[in-house]
Design a protein around this ligand. Structure first.
Ligand SMILES: NC(=O)c1ccc[n+]([C@@H]2O[C@H](COP(=O)([O-])OP(=O)(O)OC[C@H]3O[C@@H](n4cnc5c(N)ncnc54)[C@H](O)[C@@H]3O)[C@@H](O)[C@H]2O)c1
Length: 458
């Protein structure tokens, strides 16, 4: 191949790359090899997850359950396996043909349904934020610890993204230097583009469809939005926070909700590490990733470089950009070069402020690659570096998390987003609201004393 291909050649070549891979072919499995699962809570998220599960053949949905029969009917149509329908989750849990359940009920119901499912001997996937109250932290930990053979996974899908995994690899291998700070935001313009989940429906507090908007049922933006990103900060900074301070109020949307409509948080971690989280409802601008995305993203900052990253959505896949710090005065040593290679990412000398794509394993050129494959990878990387194409994940992290759950049910392994990941995340959510409500610094070791009496009764 010409060592200096024209842009047109390369675009053609990269197109050929996708054609060569061809459509995704499902592996056929014997029916008895599939995990038989039930789905509890088939509202917005439940139906979305079922749409993804419909394409995964390592499990089979045999039952769905929702308080609202219309939601169960819709879900049954989405999964298309003619599942049995239930209104009461305890009846679904009594079914002997069900190995596992996935739970996407509102936050205030997570613990009750999860507890019943664990006690019924099922493997459990429960959406984030895993639990709602301090007593539930202690009670769920005890329930899961007593059942080491049952899988307990939380729906924090960023942990299942190849990009987030690659960036975490860069952090642990020192490619970003000393990572001391994370900035994360989830900004939405609720004034002009409010989604139905965040819109007050008639009936106010008495309408179950409004659960997200009332503190009796919901943790507001801390639970629904920040939970994902605090978990990423904990993962990248390698620990849980020491304390959180923050400010929140309901100053823009006056429709009777009592959750915050905006919240700003600072988490302090050991060793001077910090995370700033911002959640505003008056702008969707995201000053990361060359402003090509809106709303949510994270900035992971190290002494040797920073990363912009977002998980995206179904329309905009996960993506990340790497901004190495300007070169140091001396040339890099061979040890530094070795370090760069270990992270599975390719480093080139970069002008100050210039970004580099983060390459996933699919773009790494290996000695096993044949001539055509090498040329295709070269073409893709050339396009990434020219900014014509951005590397994107082949698979939605949601597919990975669901496949991962079913796999753990089959082989008994511990999930990446396990009960401790979920509980630490839930504690951070509760304390985020608490620090703003009580206008004080909340120390994370307060959980050791909070809710202990309630945990015994839970
Ligand atoms: N991981 C993510 O990115 C993500 C995204 C959206 C929502 N979620 C989480 O998913 C959960 C559900 O959110 P949603 O947006 O789907 O809410 P939703 O209101 O659209 O759906 C909740 C459903 O649960 C049903 N339900 C309530 N109590 C029930 C019970 N005891 N038994 C059976 N069904 C019951 C309701 O009738 C409703 O159909 C929340 O915890 C939310 O935080 C996660």
């Amino acid at each position: 191949m010409n060592s200096n291909p024209s842009r047109r050649d390369v675009v053609k070549m990269a197109g050929a790359a996708s054609a060569a891979v061809g459509p995704f072919i499902q592996k056929v499995r014997a029916a008895n090899d599939q995990v038989q699962y039930g789905f509890i809570g088939t509202g917005s998220r439940g139906t979305y997850l079922l749409g993804h599960l419909a394409k995964i053949d390592s499990g089979r949905c045999v039952a769905v359950c929702d308080l609202d029969p219309a939601h169960a009917d819709k879900a049954a149509g989405v999964i298309g396996t003619n599942p049995q329908k239930f209104k009461d989750h305890r009846e679904l849990l009594a079914a002997k043909n069900i190995d596992a359940v996935l739970i996407a009920v509102p936050l205030y119901e997570h613990f009750r349904v999860t507890k019943d499912a664990l006690e019924a001997g099922k493997h459990v996937f429960c959406e984030k934020s895993l639990v709602f109250k301090p007593e539930e932290v202690h009670a769920l930990r005890a329930l899961v610890t007593a059942r080491p053979k049952q899988v307990m996974q939380v729906g924090l899908q960023r942990r299942y993204s190849k990009f987030y995994q690659a960036v975490n690899d860069m952090v642990t291998k020192g490619v970003l230097g000393d990572v001391k700070h994370v900035y994360a935001q989830w900004h939405r313009n609720d004034v002009f583009r409010r989604t139905s989940s965040w819109t007050m429906k008639p009936g106010g507090r008495t309408n179950p469809g409004n659960w997200r908007l009332f503190r009796e049922f919901s943790g507001g933006p801390a639970a629904e939005l920040a939970s994902h990103q605090i978990d990423i900060a904990d993962w990248m900074l390698g620990s849980t926070p020491d304390f959180v301070v923050g400010v929140g109020d309901t100053s823009t949307i006056h429709d009777g909700r009592d959750i915050f409509d905006n919240l700003e948080l600072i988490f302090k971690y050991p060793g001077g590490r910090k995370t700033i989280w911002s959640g505003v409802c008056t702008s969707s601008h995201l000053p990361l990733l060359n402003c090509t995305r809106t709303e949510m993203g994270e900035l992971i900052m190290g002494t040797e470089g920073s990363v912009h990253i977002t998980v995206g959505d179904d329309t905009h896949p996960a993506t990340a950009m790497w901004f190495p710090e300007p070169p140091k005065p001396q040339t890099s040593t061979s040890t530094e070069k070795e370090k760069e290679h270990k992270a599975g990412a390719t480093m080139v000398s970069v002008a100050a402020g210039k970004s580099l794509p983060i390459l996933l394993s699919k773009d790494e050129i290996t000695s096993n690659d044949g001539f055509v494959n090498k040329e295709l990878k070269f073409a893709r990387r050339w396009l990434y570096n020219k900014g014509v194409m951005v590397p994107e994940e082949d698979k939605n992290p949601v597919d990975n998390e669901l496949e991962g759950f079913l796999q753990c049910c089959r082989d008994g392994k511990r999930p990446l987003a396990d009960v401790e990941v979920g509980l630490h995340d839930s504690i951070a959510v509760m304390f985020s609201n608490m620090c703003a409500d009580q206008e004080r610094r909340v120390n994370f070791n307060e959980i050791d004393k909070l809710g202990l009496a309630g945990a015994k009764k839970a």
